[in-house]
Design a protein around this ligand. Structure first.
Ligand SMILES: Cc1cc2nc3c(=O)[nH]c(=O)nc-3n(C[C@H](O)[C@H](O)[C@H](O)COP(=O)(O)OP(=O)(O)OC[C@H]3O[C@@H](n4cnc5c(N)ncnc54)[C@H](O)[C@@H]3O)c2cc1C
Length: 384
């Protein structure tokens, strides 16, 4: 396996670096509101960098998988603000490209790229997370509309979303995977209620969604009626393949900062501290190399393999170990949150320790990823 970038990949990276150097906002401090991120995505879009891997005919840049990873790495390396419409760009837009009608593509794709319309992913329910096919939000046909009733939970970006990729049950009489449909729902429709949930970090990244007799035109079905399981699986594959793609860069930057703080605290001579730092450093390097292996496989086979699940387990559990080590080295001041005069790095370490707890749950829990590897890689019987 060749770990070096080709001349054209280097050219892509250099072009992006130059663009970022000229356009990245200097005042980004991580705490500006959502409108700031929307404006930033507009600028990225105007520069031709939004949806890098989308085909050119849909407004993307037609970049290869490796170039997409380079894009994510360079954004992380530059500590650029995140893009506002992250789910639309990385999960839902590609699903519309794969399954949408021409009308749906015309209607939705350009507004995803420009952050005109923000998207959320309405999959999980109180009784359907890992066992997604168990979901019970129902859509009943009424002429040329569906009428939707039910509840979703943990919907990231739900409180700012204009549209939702919603998985609903359209046929309760067949096996649970077979009666599902994906439908695109206008979040401003009458009957949609959004209740933000407060996380232990103090933020509200996600919400509960309630649907009370929400009328949605049949033309908003994505893919075929009762084929929603396949459409939703496509979205989940994109989620696993892209979510951790540039984590090694983010972790490495944070690790370098921890190294500096360790030296400033005079703890760099302590044998146990050195052991722990070396272990974290090695794991970040393993993450980087595994990422290249996963990308290499997608490039040669055209589809993500089980590497997506291996990566998901590794980046999420590595981050929890890393944050634990940071807390042990930095001591009680690292537990102070934003707003406290004595908080280390403005409370960044307290925030990242608390936020890391959700890493092994979001995009499929570690247990579920291990089940996938057990079944699809090791050939073990299914766990359910
Ligand atoms: C930060 C964050 C963002 C999220 N964003 C979204 C979003 O935008 N949209 C969305 O739809 N959802 C979202 N989710 C929800 C996420 O997908 C679910 O939380 C996740 O799939 C787990 O489902 P659950 O919470 O219902 O837990 P459960 O499925 O009830 O699992 C509970 C426990 O049982 C274990 N378990 C379950 N089944 C098995 C099994 N077969 N074998 C072994 N162990 C098992 C699990 O690993 C877990 O430890 C988000 C979650 C988080 C934390």
């Amino acid at each position: 396996m060749d770990l070096n970038y080709t001349a054209s990949e280097q050219q892509f990276r250099d072009g992006l670096r130059a663009w970022l150097a000229a356009n990245q906002p200097a005042d980004w401090n991580g705490s500006q509101g959502f409108d700031y991120l929307r404006q930033w995505q507009r600028r990225v879009h105007a520069g031709g960098w939004a949806g890098v891997s989308w085909p050119r005919e849909y407004g993307g840049r037609g970049a290869t998988v490796i170039e997409q990873v380079i894009f994510l790495e360079e954004m992380a390396r530059a500590s650029a603000p995140p893009l506002a419409n992250v789910l639309g760009l990385s999960l839902i837009g590609p699903t519309i490209i794969a399954h949408g009608t021409d009308d749906q593509k015309r209607r939705f794709l350009a507004n995803i790229l420009s952050a005109e319309e923000i998207w959320c992913q309405g999959f999980s329910e109180p009784n359907a997370g890992s066992d997604l096919a168990n979901l019970s939000t129902e859509a009943r046909r009424d002429g040329d509309h569906f009428i939707i009733n039910g509840q979703k939970v943990w919907t990231s970006y739900g409180h700012v979303a204009d549209w939702c990729e919603l998985v609903v049950r359209t046929d309760p009489s067949v096996a649970k995977h077979k009666g599902l449909t994906v439908i695109l729902v206008d979040m401003h429709s009458p009957g949609v209620e959004v209740r933000p949930l407060r996380q232990m970090t103090g933020e509200s990244e996600f919400s509960e969604l309630f649907f009370h007799d929400v009328r949605v035109p049949v033309e908003n079905v994505l893919g075929a009626i009762n084929d929603g399981w396949n459409v939703a699986l496509g979205t989940l594959m994109h989620e696993r393949a892209t979510l951790g793609a540039a984590m090694h860069v983010t972790y490495k930057r944070q690790f370098d900062r921890l190294l500096t703080l360790t030296q400033q605290l005079g703890r760099d001579q302590e044998p146990l501290v050195r052991q722990k730092l070396a272990q974290v450093y090695s794991e970040i390097e393993i993450l980087r190399l595994n990422q290249m292996r996963a990308v290499s496989r997608i490039t040669s086979s055209g589809a993500p393999g089980p590497e997506g699940s291996i990566q998901k387990i590794f980046w999420s559990e590595l981050n929890q170990r890393f944050q634990q080590v940071a807390q042990e080295i930095l001591g009680p001041f690292a537990q102070l949150e934003k707003g406290s005069e004595f908080a280390v790095d403005g409370g960044q370490w307290a925030h990242s320790y608390l936020r890391a707890r959700g890493n092994t749950i979001e995009a499929g829990t570690s247990e579920v990823q291990r089940n996938i590897i057990g079944h699809f890689v090791l050939g073990l019987p299914r766990s359910y």
